[in-house]
Design a protein around this ligand. Structure first.
Ligand SMILES: [Ca+2]
Ligand SMILES: [Ca+2]
Length: 321
């Protein structure tokens, strides 16, 4: 039955909502999203199940709301084995002409040692975090500023993308960002109540297991793990589900809004975060995490940022049912 505003169909034959048998939709499985030519990242099957969400190791940051732990039940889904790479994002931009938040605002946040820009492009440090510089001309294709490029970084995670940019990519490939619960369940890789995707061993036990910061933060980065900034997306070892770098390398945007007061002890099914609020969740930590400053390279660690914010240490990966 046609919608009143559109006649039989909206423009170009596009169906109106009322052209569908809406009552019947609830009884049919949704079409299964599969990788398309637009999105070629290997997919990992995350099985349906339940897990305990939240901090189990006592390392929680009080202000982040990593507790109380609570049981979460999720339907199965398919997740990108790696973050979206520069090569993947370049295909999206090439096909759509999309302009990222960094390009629209004219600047992005660059970690000081990654700076590759003329002096005149440097706007100055971020309030409270002087190792972050606002740099004109820094964006996903120029991660250090105007004098840098992504040549040779095709297999590194795309960075300087905001939540808005990440969701635009998702829309183009017919996928979505993971919910915060999807992300944590996947990061745990089938291991219950562990601190990291590989278990409870520390990140440097028997060799580095993730790309974080070594040395004296923020002044001296010894890069013992091999990487000063981003690493190729298949560096280090994947977790039990076959997911690479859920912790370290780059923060990953999630679909949900962030509020540290979200968790309650009650068991929940397929939670989607708070209904209102500007800030969106980021998970997993990055090459800038250091034990002395930010131990958020753990399964349960949380943070957030506004959707138009972009930084040289934040990217994303996508999921679909
Ligand atoms: Ca590193
Ligand atoms: Ca990560």
């Amino acid at each position: 039955m046609a919608g009143e505003a559109c006649g039989a169909n909206c423009g170009c034959g596009a169906p109106a909502r009322s052209d569908f048998d809406v009552a019947a939709l609830g009884h049919r499985p949704l079409p299964r999203m599969v990788p398309t030519a637009r999105h070629t990242i290997e997919q990992v099957e995350i099985p349906a199940g339940s897990f305990m969400m939240g901090d189990s190791s006592g390392d929680a940051n009080v202000g982040d709301g990593e507790t109380p732990r609570h049981e979460v039940t999720l339907a199965g889904f398919r997740m990108d084995a790696t973050p979206v790479t520069n090569a993947d994002f370049a295909r999206f931009v090439g096909a759509t002409g999309y302009h990222t938040e960094a390009e629209r605002w004219g600047f992005s946040a660059v970690f000081q040692p990654a700076l590759a820009a003329p002096e005149t492009d440097i706007m100055g440090p971020a309030a409270g975090t002087p190792w972050w510089l606002g740099v004109r001309g820094a964006d996903w294709a120029h991660p250090g500023g105007a004098n840098s490029s992504i040549d040779g970084l095709e297999d590194h995670p795309v960075v300087h993308v905001g939540w808005t940019d990440a969701t635009a990519y998702c829309a183009w490939v017919g996928r979505r960002l993971p919910t915060e619960a999807d992300w944590e369940y996947a990061a745990r890789g089938g291991l219950a109540n562990r601190k990291y995707p590989w278990g409870d061993d520390e990140v440097d036990a028997g060799g580095w297991r993730a790309n974080i910061f070594q040395g004296e933060f923020p002044r001296i980065n010894t890069a013992d793990d091999g990487y000063l900034t981003t690493a190729p997306v298949r560096s280090f070892a994947p977790n039990g589900y076959g997911l690479w770098q859920m912790v370290g390398n780059v923060w990953e945007w999630c679909q949900d809004r962030f509020d540290p007061r979200t968790y309650t002890p009650a068991a929940v099914t397929d939670p989607h975060g708070p209904e209102a609020g500007e800030v969106r969740v980021m998970r997993g930590g990055s090459y800038l995490c250091h034990i002395s400053y930010c131990n958020r390279y753990r399964n349960s660690a949380r943070t957030g940022n506004t959707p138009d914010s972009s930084m040289g240490n934040t990217g994303f990966r996508t999921v679909a049912r």
